[in-house]
Structure formats: structure tokens, C-alpha cells
Design a protein around this ligand. Structure first.
Ligand code: ADP
Ligand code: ZN
Length: 435
């Protein structure tokens, strides 16, 4: 497929030029933050760094980190970089891992964010001839408004569905011939499941592409969604603190997401020591926003674990790529001393022919961790005998033990008995109260 770009000059800019651009913007941004954000100025003063010490991206490491704890500390206005009269919007995190944080936007911030999302839509093959169904939640969550803005910029006919009401999603998708759908991967899987049940086959669904993000998902899940909807499924990444989705997006190669480096500098650090790691090493992703006015975060620790690569991409983009995040540092469960990521369980389920409808329940009984995984049976297994089901449970538990090194208690539960999510899926229930 011939690759189109939304902002070709930037997306294919030689690396040296991107770095030069980043340097120019960083110097300005550090000055802006030091002057206008007292909270960060204090952090810089404590570290003994002055704006003049940052002469380019090679000095980035001198700056202090910002963490989610800082954002909560500074809630709500402490990190504001522009007068409130210049702000036009507020968004908030989904609160997956604790108290929400709020982010502010000037009109300029919204414009640049919309551009980032437009790049993602164009990279997924979108043009002004497409009908783009936005089924991310609208509201404080950034998913809906972000892709909505991007869709407008591309000139797609935008269907602002928000999430939920799956029957209506399917009806509008068909009646109005939606060609692109944007939502969380778990909601895409749910829509695919509902379509199947209604007897629709992929060839009768008008969609050609999906832009899915806001939560971790595996390659196996991608393949299932692509098969069931008859589409190409593209990943998109972002977080409220950096505006929202569109910080990075996937191209036709589908091997990681290009980071919009004209607006963000990405670093990978060792989450324990804070040391910057060389390209290609796995660690915590840190972002510095270069253009954001109202919420200008420098060296923000995302807690997402991933790897960066500048390997040449066949799409022609020169922007650095990030791998699919492997989960968050705080997503990782430590069960009986072993690190467990929900994505590992998902991989096993999909390999063994199950749907990614599962819930992990961890508890502590008499100082011992209990580890249960509820998994929905496939409809054809529902009629199996009790002993048949027990042996399927054992088989699945063994496969998980091989992947994780510890043994979960697997429980096959009836199809559709685990609550479906229209936004981010709730995969883990940790009852141990360890925090
Ligand atoms: P919350 O931290 O409350 O979930 P956000 O709604 O801002 O707040 O979500 C941002 C987080 O969502 C990211 O830090 C990351 O962990 C996750 N995320 C976003 N996009 C992706 C993606 N494509 N793949 C994996 N995780 C993602
Ligand atoms: Zn590419």
C-alpha cells in the first residue's frame, strides 16, 4: 500500500534535523516552565539546574523527573503553564491506577494534539473519503475527543459515537458504511463478538481499518480482531499527561509506533535508578513535551515499560519507534515473589484458542498469595462434562505455569459471564491491600 503522510515534511525529516528542532524547542520550553510553573522551578532549584544549563537535548538528563505522585501533589493547578483565561479545555486520566490527574489545554495545545491524531489516521490509510466511527469514550477521557479532532483534520466524515450501546454502534457502522473505527482493543473485540453472534461475516462489514489503543493488547489479540472484523488493526499510544492518544502511532509496517518527535522527546530509563538507557534496551518510558503550553511536562515518567528503536521503517517515516508497551511498572503483579504481567496470561489464552475474556484475582490468605484466573469458556465447551472441563482447566493452568513460572488456579466460567468493558478492560482484582 502506498503510504500517505499527514505532515510529510515532519514525518520523514532526517534524524539530525529532528534533533536540531528538538534542541531549539527544548531550550525555549525549559525557560517557559522555569518561569511559569513554580512547582517545577522548585524541583530544578533543588537539583541545582538553571535554564541556561540546558543548551540542547544532550543536557536533558540534567533535568529532574516528574512522576504521577507530583501530578497528584500539584492537583489541580500546580503544574499549569498558562493563565487559566488562555485555557480552553480540561481532560482527566481514567484513573486506572489511582486518583485521577487533570490536564489543561490551550487552543494551540488542542490543535497540535489533533494533528498528532490526524497523523495516526492517515497512517492507517484514512483520507477525506473515509467515514470514521469514534467509539472511544467522549468526555473527560482523552480517547474520544482526541481521535474526533484528528478525524476532523483529515476531513473524514466523523461519527462521534462514544463508547457503549453496541447494537447502535453496529447499526450505524453498517447503515453509514463506517470504514475506520477507533476504540479500545477490548471494545473492538467485544464489537467483533457481537457481530459474529448476529451472523455477520467479515466480508459484509464495511470497515477496513481500526485504530486501537489506551490499554495494553497483544499481537494475538490483534490477529483475532483483524480476522473477525476483516480489517487492519493499528496501535495508537498516549496518555492524558501528554495530551492524550497520538503521542505515537502505527504505520503500515505494524511493528511498533512512531513517536511524534517534533512534539515529544522520548527516553528510556532504568525504573529503579533513573539512569538513561541506550536505545534498544527495555525500561520505563519518559516523555518531555516540547510544544505544550498549558500543561508542559518535562521528563514525565509514564511507568510504561517498553523499548525504542530507530531502525529504518519501510513506510518512509524517520520518527523513532516504540514497541508495544509491555505493561506498566505498576501493572506488574508480584505473586508469590514472581513478576506477572496480565499480557502474559492473555498471550497464553489466545495461543490456546480462548478469547481474551478473563479476570485475574489475587488475594492473600494466611500470608500466602492466592492466584486465580477466571476464563470464559468457548461456547462449544459449555456443553462439556464436568470432568472434561476440569481437564481443560488443568491444561490451561499448565500452559500458564510454563509462561509464568507459577501455577494459577484456572476456572472456566460460562461464556459472557465476565463483565465486558466499553472502555479500558478491568483485568486484575488485587484484594491484598498491599499499598
Ligand atoms: P490512566 O493512567 O488512568 O489509565 P490514561 O487514560 O491517560 O490514564 O491512560 C494512559 C495509559 O494507558 C498509558 O500510560 C498506558 O499505560 C496505557 N496505554 C495507552 N495506549 C496504550 C497502548 N497503545 N498500548 C498499551 N498501553 C497503552
Ligand atoms: Zn513506519
Amino acid at each position: 500500500m502506498a503510504q500517505n503522510y499527514y505532515q510529510k515534511e515532519i514525518e520523514t525529516m532526517p534524524v539530525e534535523e529532528i534533533k536540531k528542532l528538538q534542541t531549539e524547542k527544548l531550550i525555549k520550553q525549559v525557560k517557559h516552565v522555569y518561569e511559569d510553573v513554580p512547582y517545577y522551578r522548585d524541583l530544578m532549584d533543588k537539583k541545582g539546574v538553571k535554564p541556561e544549563d540546558v543548551k540542547g537535548i544532550e543536557d536533558l538528563h540534567k533535568l529532574p523527573f516528574l512522576s504521577k505522585a507530583d501530578l497528584r501533589d500539584a492537583y489541580p493547578y500546580g503544574l499549569l503553564g498558562s493563565p487559566l483565561k488562555d485555557c480552553v479545555r480540561i481532560h482527566s486520566t481514567s484513573g486506572t491506577t489511582g486518583k485521577r490527574v487533570v490536564a489543561f489545554y490551550t487552543q494551540h495545545d488542542v490543535d497540535l494534539w489533533d494533528d498528532c491524531c490526524a497523523r495516526a489516521i492517515v497512517a492507517a490509510g484514512g483520507t477525506n473519503e473515509d467515514v470514521c466511527q469514534v467509539a472511544y469514550g467522549y468526555g473527560l477521557f482523552t480517547g474520544g475527543m482526541g481521535l474526533h479532532g484528528g478525524s476532523h483534520k483529515v476531513g473524514c466524515l466523523t461519527l462521534p459515537m462514544s463508547s457503549g450501546n453496541t447494537e447502535r454502534q453496529i447499526q450505524f457502522m453498517n447503515d453509514l458504511s463506517a470504514t475506520i473505527i477507533c476504540c479500545t482493543p477490548s471494545y473492538a473485540a467485544y464489537i467483533a463478538e457481537s457481530l459474529k453472534e448476529s451472523g455477520m461475516t467479515p466480508d459484509r462489514i464495511p470497515l477496513k481499518a481500526g485504530i486501537f489503543g489506551a490499554e495494553p493488547w497483544t499481537e494475538e489479540m490483534r490477529r483475532n480482531i483483524e480476522k473477525d472484523l476483516g480489517i487492519k488493526a493499528y496501535d495508537i499510544y498516549g496518555l492524558t499527561e501528554t495530551s492524550g492518544p497520538g503521542v505515537a502511532f502505527e504505520c503500515c509496517e505494524q511493528t511498533g509506533m512512531h513517536i511524534n518527535e517534533d512534539h515529544f522527546i522520548a527516553e528510556i530509563i532504568d525504573p529503579d535508578t533513573g539512569e538513561v538507557l541506550p536505545e534498544g534496551e527495555k525500561g520505563e518510558l519518559v516523555f518531555t513535551a516540547l510544544d505544550k503550553e498549558a500543561f508542559p511536562l518535562l521528563r514525565y515518567r509514564t511507568r510504561d515499560i517498553c523499548v525504542l528503536s530507530r531502525k529504518k521503517c519501510s513506510c518512509g517515516r524517520t520518527l523513532i519507534k516504540m514497541a508495544k508497551p509491555m505493561g506498566r511498572t505498576d501493572d506488574m503483579l508480584i505473586i508469590r515473589g514472581v513478576n506477572v504481567f496480565p499480557s502474559q496470561i492473555e498471550t497464553v489464552l489466545l495461543n490456546e484458542g480462548y478469547q481474551p475474556n478473563y479476570q485475574i484475582i489475587v488475594d492473600r490468605v494466611k500470608n500466602n498469595d492466592t492466584f486465580d484466573v477466571n476464563v470464559e469458556m468457548n461456547p462449544d465447551q459449555f456443553t462439556d462434562t464436568v470432568s472434561g472441563i476440569t481437564s481443560l482447566e488443568k491444561q490451561l493452568a499448565n500452559a500458564m505455569k510454563l509462561m509464568l513460572g507459577i501455577n494459577p488456579a484456572v476456572h472456566l466460567v460460562p461464556p459472557k459471564s465476565i463483565a465486558r468493558s466499553e472502555g479500558k478492560a478491568v483485568r486484575v482484582i488485587d484484594k491484598r491491600n498491599l499499598h
